[in-house]
Ligand binder design. Structure first.
Ligand SMILES: NC(=O)c1ccc[n+]([C@@H]2O[C@H](COP(=O)([O-])OP(=O)(O)OC[C@H]3O[C@@H](n4cnc5c(N)ncnc54)[C@H](OP(=O)(O)O)[C@@H]3O)[C@@H](O)[C@H]2O)c1
Length: 340
């Protein structure tokens, strides 16, 4: 198995390099800057290939011989599509770490036919939010039966965001421009259905805002639900006003190892059915960036070893949700579904 990693020189990319090296996977690191790629490859023996994102042929050539591509270079709305296109042209499966809801929908809309024709599988959003939230939503839906609504709430605390994440958070798209699913499609909407959310073990309930979460873009592709929306826990007033690029540029690249490991995330999903019957599911973990690397690497390994339907797929269409969450349990992630 050979994996190409695009974006290897970034914060998340270097964590993916470490995970690929830990698992002994033959990897080629791809990006625009030789010296930063060589520095990311230090001590691994991984091959390095330079490619220009805007030169389709050079990017396709850099992916030649790879069974799958992991893409960690964001913002994906600006940088993602050329990488998907080149991976498909190279005949390689594709997985990325995006959290950008509108970009995920764009990948489904743009590349489904091309990926199917090329016989490869494309799975966007295999990060600590997009993967586990799609899996737990699928399992909650299985337990709930017919559902009127599915609500996903995500809460980060501790830790810190990287510069790459802050550059990828467009406040207009993340908050006011959030899409919800209903009547067979995705639309913007007014008020969120909840102002607070009860996360496990938290009292009082946590303040939440409507937000453009990845699972809203993926889950309705594999479960039948009348309406689905996303909520983000905590206070994001600073993000809502937008952070000037110069301010982001002056920040550290991301949290140091200790601060990164202290970051905690909780995904809480509730399905409501006829008569108000509710089923909940939760996934909790630490070290979101480290888990993102683990999730993306495991995803490409499963695509290459087990295969999946060709085309663009949601996480639960490409992988068995329970098996993937159980794999993550071995990395300290806890999950459960409660029927009440
Ligand atoms: N949803 C989640 O839970 C989750 C978790 C982790 C990461 N992410 C996402 O992953 C992305 C990366 O985050 P990060 O913190 O790793 O960012 P980062 O440290 O800024 O790394 C960005 C990477 O993109 C590359 N890049 C930037 N502009 C490029 C261009 N024009 N052409 C080619 N390569 C380019 C950079 O290459 P150079 O080194 O050459 O600049 C670098 O390798 C972000 O979109 C972030 O939101 C999401």
């Amino acid at each position: 198995m050979k994996i190409a990693l695009h974006g290897a020189s970034g914060y998340t990319g270097r964590l993916a390099v470490a995970e690929l090296a830990r698992r002994g996977i033959d990897t080629v690191l791809v990006g625009r800057d030789f010296s930063r790629l060589h520095s990311a490859a230090a001590g691994t023996g991984f091959e390095v290939r330079r490619a220009d994102l805007h030169d389709h042929d050079s990017l396709t050539a850099a992916f030649a011989g790879a069974d799958a591509v992991i893409n960690t270079a964001g913002p994906f709305a600006r940088l993602g599509a050329p990488v998907v296109r080149a991976a498909i042209a190279a005949g390689a499966h594709y997985v990325d770490t995006t959290g950008e809801q509108q970009y995920i929908i764009e990948v489904f809309d743009t590349f489904t036919g091309a990926a199917a024709d090329a016989g490869v599988t494309v799975v966007p959003a295999m990060a600590d939010d997009g993967g586990p939230s799609d899996f737990i939503s699928h399992l909650v839906a299985d337990a709930a039966g017919p559902m009127d609504t599915l609500t996903v709430a995500l809460w980060y605390r501790g830790g810190a965001f990287t510069r790459g994440t802050l550059r990828s958070l467009d406040p207009d798209l993340l908050f006011d421009g959030a899409l919800r699913y209903g009547d067979g499609g995705w639309t913007t909407y007014g008020e969120a259905s909840h102002a607070t959310w009860r996360f496990p073990g938290e009292d009082p309930p946590v303040r939440v805002s409507k937000a453009a979460l990845p699972p809203v873009a993926t889950v309705p592709r594999h479960v039948t639900v009348g309406r689905m929306e996303g909520l983000l826990g905590g206070s994001f007033d600073v993000l809502k006003d937008g952070i000037a690029p110069a301010v982001i540029d002056a920040l550290p690249e991301g949290p140091d190892d200790e601060q990164r490991r202290q970051g905690r995330w909780t995904i809480s999903v509730e399905a409501s059915g006829p008569g108000g019957r509710a089923v909940r599911g939760e996934v909790e973990g630490t070290d979101g960036y480290g888990k993102t690397a683990v999730i993306a690497v495991e995803a490409v390994c499963r695509l290459v070893k087990d295969g999946a339907t060709a085309g663009v797929l949601a996480p639960s269409q490409a992988f068995d949700p329970e098996s993937f969450l159980d794999f993550l349990s071995g990395h300290g992630v806890r999950w459960h579904v409660t029927t009440g």
